[in-house]
Design a protein around this ligand. Structure first.
Ligand code: PTJ
Length: 265
């Protein structure tokens, strides 16, 4: 992997890019996954590259929904496997969810590469790989329609991330609760999911694990209350207001971000 110059002001961002490039070279990440990441980076920049309070609200509701679920499934694609494999395994353990590989650019080579990454991160059972990956969700036009009959097919709650859009709608039509992680608050995925976490997976996956450990001890009634009170439309609107206010403040500061900008907001 290329070396990142020490002290580089964008070192963290470069480190993430390198992980994805490395993932692409190893067939984990689809080529289009790099483009998807670029779009995510642009929104992350507008959001100040930090977990904003409405996203934290969505994290809390997401964990509550996962803990209340009868059969939760975490759907894994190339980008998620490259950036947060350990957190996928930890979250699945904390909320007792299945892990299923589900790809837009599906090939045996990529499935095997992602399986390896997840196994190295500690996953014991991985769905979407073997002979039980013969279910179909006809409403989905891409090969993402291929699902595991022991996984997404029978799940009541599905966590998806870095999605292309049509799947969330199809899963909702089937009566499933969809939790989405997407930095773009304007995307179709963001709009159609029951709970949308507008945050970078590299930040919110560890938060989901942490929150699962905390909320696990809560009574079910309390978790239900969190889910019922949660309003996804309001959260998305709040995220857009954050972007608007940040841009207004930057424009008023003369178009450049002052050093103490984050503190001032
Ligand atoms: O691995 P595969 O074969 O399943 O391929 C999946 C890709 C990523 C290629 C596919 O799902 C795709 O093309 O996605 P889109 O339509 O580009 O949408 C990706 C969305 O994820 C965009 O709205 C991005 O803003 C968002 N995104 C990108 N990187 C991140 C992200 N959201 C959260 N965290 C990120 N790191």
């Amino acid at each position: 992997m290329d070396e990142i110059p020490p002290g580089h002001p964008r070192a963290e961002s470069l480190r993430i890019r390198h992980k994805l490039i490395h993932g692409m070279e190893n067939k984990v990440v689809a080529k289009a996954g790099l483009i998807a990441h670029g779009r995510g980076e642009a929104f992350d920049y507008l959001l100040g590259e930090k977990t904003q309070p409405p996203a934290m609200e969505a994290v809390r509701a997401a964990v509550s929904a996962l803990l209340l679920a009868k059969y939760p499934v975490i759907s894994v694609n190339g980008n998620l496997a490259a950036l947060s494999p350990r957190e996928v395994v930890e979250l699945a353990k904390e909320v007792n969810a299945k892990i299923e590989i589900n790809l837009f650019y599906r090939s045996q080579e990529r499935i095997e590469a992602i399986r390896k990454v997840l196994e190295e991160a500690g996953a014991k059972e991985i769905l979407g790989v073997g002979e039980t990956a013969d279910g179909e969700i006809p409403e989905i036009s891409s090969v993402r329609r291929v699902v595991d009959r022991r996984g997404i097919m029978i799940a009541d709650v599905v966590l998806v991330s870095i999605e292309d859009g049509d799947r969330t709608q199809a899963l909702r039509k089937l009566g499933k609760t969809v939790i989405a992680i997407d930095l773009n608050p304007l995307s179709r995925t963001a709009k159609y999911a029951n709970i949308t976490i507008v945050d970078n997976i590299v930040r919110c996956m560890p938060l989901l694990v942490e929150e699962a450990r905390r909320l696990k001890g809560y009574p079910k009634e309390r978790l239900k209350e969190i889910v019922e009170k949660y309003d996804n439309k309001k959260v998305l609107a709040d995220m857009l207001r954050i972007i608007r206010d940040r841009l207004t403040a930057i424009a008023e500061a003369g178009g450049t971000i002052p050093d103490d900008f984050e503190k001032a907001l």
